[in-house]
Structures are given as C-alpha cells and as structure tokens.
Design a protein around this ligand. Structure first.
Ligand SMILES: Nc1ncnc2c1ncn2[C@@H]1O[C@H](COP(=O)(O)OP(=O)(O)OP(=O)(O)O)[C@@H](O)[C@H]1O
Ligand SMILES: [Mg+2]
Length: 352
C-alpha cells in the first residue's frame, strides 16, 4: 500500500550524465532536458555562477576569477562538487514543471554509466545524484540502455554490437541474451578530435584556436573520407608569433589530416573487440550489422569508413545523441521488467 502510494506521487526519470551533455527523460513525458554538462564557478567565492547552456556559452570567454568546469572527464565524474551542483540545478529545473506533490518527492532515477566504469566510479554517480536530490538510484550500463533505445533484440540468443561515440569516450560493446559479452572503453571521442584540430592548426598555421572554434570547424568541414566537393571555413584565432588575432582558411583535408590518426586508432580498437568476441557471435554481428550512436558518431563519413574497414554493415541510429537516455527512460517506465540489467549500490559489475 505504502509502495503504491509512493509510486503514485513519485516521478521517475532516466538520466544520461555524459561528458558533453546531460539528458533527462521523464516517465510519461519523454526527454525533458538536454543541457551541456558544464558549470561556471566563481573562484573567489567558490559559488556557482551558471550551469548548463548558460555556463557553456562562457567557455573561453570567462574573466580570470570565473572558470567553466566540465564535471566529467572521459565519461566519469572528476569534480564531485561541480557534478552535484549541476545535477541539483537540472533536477530543480525539471521539477518546476510538475505538480507540487511530485516536487516534494525525491525522484527515482535510472542513471546510465559507461560499461567500463569501476564499481567505485559507479557508486560516485549514485552518491552525486542522491546529494543532488534524487531518491532511489539504479544504474544501467550505457550499451544496454542503447540497445533498448534502438529496440535491438538484446534478450535474444543473437549477438549485437553497439558503438557509442560520445564526447569523452567511445563505448564498444557486444550484447547477447540480455547481458554484455565483451566491452571496451576508448578515450578517443569528440573532445579528443577537437584537441587534434587545435594541435594541428597550432603546428601547421601557427594559430591558437579556442575549443569552441575547433568544435565548430569539426562540424562544418570535418570529414573522415574525401568527398567530391572540397569544403573550407575561415577561422579566427591568436597568431602564436605576433600574439595578435589572425584568420586562416581551413579545409576538410586539413581536418582529415588532424584527426585521421585517432580515427584509425579508434577503428583498430573496435577490431580488437571483434577479435576477442566468440565466433558464433561475430557471425551474428557480420550478418546483422553494427549500431552506431552518440553525437560524436555524426562526424561526416565515419559510418562509411567504419563499414569499409570492418566489412560489416553499419547503421547510424536515428537521433544518435538521445539513444541512451531513451533506453534509460524505457527502463524507468517498467522497472520490474528490467530488474536483471539494472544495478543497485551493492551489486558488483563483473570484469569482462
Ligand atoms: N555534427 C557533429 N559532427 C561531429 N561531432 C559532433 C557533431 N555533433 C556533436 N558532435 C560531438 O559529439 C560529442 C558529444 O557526444 P555525446 O553528446 O554523445 O557525448 P556524451 O554522452 O555527453 O559523452 P560521453 O558519452 O563520452 O560521456 C562532442 O564531442 C561533439 O563534438
Ligand atoms: Mg554518452
């Protein structure tokens, strides 16, 4: 009776706490929040100045006493206080749209975490969410959430492969019979490609670009394969020799040169996972293809290059940045059905 009463009033949510962005799915409503995972802190007072979108706009533009902090690095929490402040703000933001009764109850949370995370790192996610105002917290591994998000037959005795290219990590996983058979987390994802672009432009053009500019250049002219038309974009940065602002024209082939080393390493890592996967499952994957997701996978031509290198069909998920949170949302809608794939604080995730 008490449990029913609680369920009636509580609003349960799925949270994808990513290195680049945080998404929240609310039961019965769908995705209710998408914000950059950024907090702006005043170093003098230690106080939070802005969170999410507003803090993101400040990156590279803050005065000395304010710093824009990303509380997650490579998929795991690196700044606990900032992560807590950020999530508390997001939870408050979504609760302003619900009834007073719901606002008084702490929401039950299904939080997605990378598959390679340690038990200590996973507990940190739980603790930060609890301190930020969540009630009960369950954790789901991101590839499992993704499999549900794209409606793969994750519980069938067939092998499925999922590649999630995020901001901080690429999570490669093989799933069969409702479990993860093999997994690998690689620290090459969207942010690393931005760093590659900054390094390349510094070395080749003697211009220092900001992170935001590198991101923009990647989206506008970045491509991992040569296309028929060449693309170019004018960038502004600081001349390393004179210290003054300078412009330069950057082309798609510059970006390819900048990032191809990491792109090739990423593809090699996927091949290694396939090499360690049992042969029956590899045969399933070759037949059924691989699902690609995460906003980082949107870099032009990545699916084409991957398909060419692996000789396996690649399917880029629809709306690739929301797949994981949609999966967490599916679990939040039907907790009982998915008991076997969610983790409690006491559960240990076995090494794979
Ligand atoms: N159109 C695009 N082309 C290339 N890269 C893109 C594009 N749009 C977004 N990205 C990259 O996607 C990355 C963010 O992906 P995503 O939102 O899936 O990450 P995340 O879930 O927050 O991080 P993680 O899963 O690593 O913790 C950023 O590095 C960004 O540069
Ligand atoms: Mg992610």
């Amino acid at each position: 009776m008490l449990e029913n009463f609680k369920n009636y009033f509580s609003y349960d949510i799925g949270v994808d706490l990513g290195t680049s962005s945080t998404l929240i799915y609310s039961k019965g409503k769908g995705i209710v929040l998408t914000e950059p995972s950024v907090v702006a802190l005043n170093q003098k007072t230690g106080r939070v100045v802005a969170v999410g979108m507003e803090a993101d706009r400040m990156i590279g533009r803050t005065p000395e006493h304010i710093s824009a902090v990303c509380p997650l690095v490579n998929g795991v929490i690196s700044n606990f206080e900032a992560a807590e402040e950020m999530l508390a703000y997001f939870l408050r933001k979504i609760s302003s749209n619900v009834s007073t009764a719901s606002r008084l109850t702490r929401p039950g949370v299904i939080a997605s975490v990378p598959s390679g995370i340690t038990n200590v790192e996973r507990r940190a996610v739980r603790d930060v969410l609890l301190n930020a105002g969540a009630g009960k917290v369950y954790v789901i591994e991101e590839p499992m959430a993704a499999a549900l998000g794209v409606k793969l037959p994750a519980y069938d005795p067939v092998g499925n492969m999922i590649i999630d290219v995020g901001g901080g990590i690429t999570d490669v996983a093989v799933i069969s019979l409702g479990g993860i058979v093999k997994t690998k987390n690689i620290n090459i994802a969207g942010n690393k490609l931005n760093q590659d672009i900054i390094t390349y432009v510094r070395d080749e053009f003697k211009i220092m670009l900001g992170e935001k500019t590198a991101e923009e250049v990647k989206r506008v002219v970045g491509s991992v394969i040569k296309r028929k038309e060449n693309r170019e974009v004018l960038v502004r940065g600081r001349d390393l020799i004179t210290g003054l602002p300078r412009e330069a024209m950057i082309t798609d082939s510059d970006i390819r040169e900048a990032i191809i080393f990491d792109i090739n390493n990423l593809i090699e890592s996927v091949k290694e996972v396939l090499e360690l996967t049992p042969p029956e499952i590899v045969a399933d994957i070759m037949r059924r293809g691989i699902v690609l997701l995460g906003a980082g996978s949107k870099i032009d031509g990545f699916n084409v290059l991957l398909e060419k290198e692996l000789k396996i069909p690649i399917y880029l998920a629809d709306d690739p940045e929301t797949v994981v949170v949609r999966g967490a949302g599916i679990v939040s809608e039907n907790l009982n059905r998915y008991q076997d794939i969610i983790f409690n604080n006491e559960d240990e995730i076995p090494p794979r």
